[in-house]
Design a protein around this ligand. Structure first.
Ligand code: FNR
Length: 379
C-alpha cells in the first residue's frame, strides 16, 4: 500500500520489485567479473537451475473465507527473534558488489530486525560489521580453518562481538569448477578481498610472524589455504562445542544421514543448502531433499533452508515442506549491487511484503498452519 499511495503523488519505487529485473540492474552496474562471481554456478549450471525448477514442481492451493486478516509472521529461531522466518544468507566478499559491502547489508538488515549471517570471508572485519549492525540480530558463518588456534580465535571474536548463533559451512572445503570465474581468472580472495577477518585476527597474525614471508601475497595464499583441503571429520565436531557455547548449525547438508549425524553429534540444527548450485554441478535440488530431512530430524532440531528462494511464494513452499525459516541469498546481493544499503532494504521489505500477501491470499494467517497439505505436487 505504501508503494500505491506514493504513486498517487507520482512517485514510483527507486528499484524494481521484479527480481529478474533487479538482477539485470545489478548486471548493468557491475563489472563482468563480480557479476559472474555472484550469478554464476558450478559447471553447466544444472543444479542452480534445478534449485529453481524444484519450486515450480510445488504449487500452493489457496483456501478461501479463512479470515486471514490478522497475520502472524514473527517467529523465534534458536533464541533469535525474527519479524518473519527469513534470514540473510552468508555471502562473502560483498565489497566486490558495493564498496560499503557487509556494512550496508548489516545496516539494512538491522533496520528491519532481520538477522544477518556474516561470512568468514567478509570484506570488513566481523567487529566492524557488528558495529554497523548495532542492536540488530547477527549470526556468524564459519569456514572452519585448518589451524585450531585460528578457528578458536575467530569463534571467540565472534562471540565477543555479539554474534549469537554459529553456522558452520561444510560444502566449500575447495571451490568448485565455476566456468564464469575460471574464464575471467577471477577469484576475489586472491586479490585480497574477503580477508579482513584474517588481517584483524591475532592468532593468524601470530602465525605469520612465526614464519615471516616477504611477499604480501603469501599472507593471502596462506589464509585461503586455511580453508582448502581440510581434514575435517564428524568426530571433530566437539571442537566447535568446546569453543562456542551458543547454538550451532551445519550448513550444506543434503543427505538425510548427514542430517541425522549432525543431530547425533549434538548440533542444534542444519541448513539444507547446496550453496546455490555453486559447488556440485549435477547435485540434487535443495528443495527436493528438504522433506526427508525434516521427517528425519525436524522434531529434534532446527531445519533452515536455502538455495533458490526468490519470492514470498517460495518461502511459503519451503516452510510448508517443514523448514523453520529460510535464508535469502543472491537477491539481496543484487539489491546491494544496485543500491547499497537502500537496495538491500528494498529487497528485504519486498520479500517480507510479498510473503505477507501470499500468506493472506492463500488463507494462511499463521506459520504454524503451514504444512505439506498447503501444497500440491505439479509434475
Ligand atoms: C555464497 N554463499 C556462501 N555461503 C557461505 O556459507 N559462506 C560464504 O561466504 C558464501 N559466499 C557466497 C557468495 C556468493 C556470491 C553467493 C551467491 C553465495 C552461499 C549462500 O550462503 C547461499 O547458500 C546461496 O546463496 C543460496 O542460493 P541462492 O538462493 O542465492 O541461489
Amino acid at each position: 500500500s505504501e508503494i500505491y499511495l506514493n504513486g498517487l503523488n507520482g512517485v514510483v519505487p527507486d528499484f524494481t520489485t521484479d527480481g529478474t529485473a533487479l538482477e539485470a540492474m545489478a548486471r548493468e552496474v557491475l563489472r563482468p567479473e563480480p557479476y559472474g562471481y555472484a550469478a554464476g554456478g558450478a559447471g553447466s549450471g544444472a543444479t542452480m537451475r534445478a534449485n529453481r525448477e524444484a519450486f515450480d514442481h510445488w504449487r500452493i492451493v489457496p483456501r478461501m473465507l479463512t479470515d486471514a486478516t490478522d497475520r502472524q509472521l514473527a517467529t523465534t529461531v534458536l533464541g533469535t527473534e525474527l519479524p518473519a522466518p527469513v534470514l540473510l544468507a552468508p555471502i562473502g566478499v560483498q565489497s566486490i558488489l558495493h564498496e560499503e559491502g557487509e556494512l550496508a547489508t548489516a545496516r539494512a538488515a538491522a533496520a528491519l530486525g532481520v538477522p544477518m549471517v556474516l561470512s568468514t570471508a567478509s570484506s570488513y572485519s566481523l567487529e566492524d560489521v557488528a558495529k554497523a549492525s548495532g542492536a540488530g540480530p547477527r549470526w556468524f558463518q564459519l569456514y572452519w580453518p585448518n589451524d585450531p588456534e585460528v578457528a578458536a580465535s575467530l569463534l571467540q571474536r565472534a562471540k565477543r562481538a555479539g554474534y549469537s548463533a554459529l553456522v558452520v559451512t561444510l560444502d566449500t572445503w575447495t571451490l568448485a569448477w565455476r566456468p564464469s570465474d575460471l574464464d575471467q581468472a577471477f577469484l576475489p580472495f586472491i586479490r585480497g578481498t574477503g580477508i579482513a577477518n584474517a588481517l584483524t585476527d591475532p592468532a593468524f597474525r601470530a602465525l605469520l610472524e612465526r614464519t615471516p614471508e616477504e611477499d604480501p601475497q603469501a599472507a593471502i595464499l596462506r589464509w585461503v589455504g586455511m580453508f582448502t583441503g581440510t581434514d575435517k571429520r564428524w568426530d571433530q565436531l566437539p571442537f566447535l562445542r568446546e569453543h562456542w557455547d551458543g547454538p550451532i548449525l551445519l550448513k550444506g547438508i543434503q543427505h538425510v544421514d548427514d542430517a541425522r549425524r549432525a543431530v547425533e553429534a549434538g548440533m542444534d540444527g542444519v541448513v539444507v543448502s547446496n550453496h546455490g548450485g555453486r559447488q556440485v554441478d549435477g547435485a540434487v535440488a535443495s528443495l527436493d531433499v528438504l522433506p526427508s530431512i525434516v521427517r528425519a530430524i525436524g522434531e529434534r532440531a532446527t531445519v533452515l533452508f536455502d538455495s533458490g528462494i526468490r519470492s514470498g511464494a517460495d518461502v511459503v513452499k519451503a516452510l510448508s515442506l517443514g523448514a523453520n525459516a529460510v535464508l535469502l541469498g543472491r537477491p539481496f546481493a543484487y539489491g546491494l549491487a544496485a543500491g547499497g544499503e537502500s537496495g538491500v532494504r528494498h529487497v528485504l521489505r519486498s520479500l517480507l511484503a510479498d510473503l505477507d500477501l501470499t500468506m493472506a491470499l492463500s488463507g494462511n494467517a499463521r506459520l504454524a498452519g503451514l504444512n505439506p497439505d498447503v501444497l500440491t505436487r505439479s509434475l
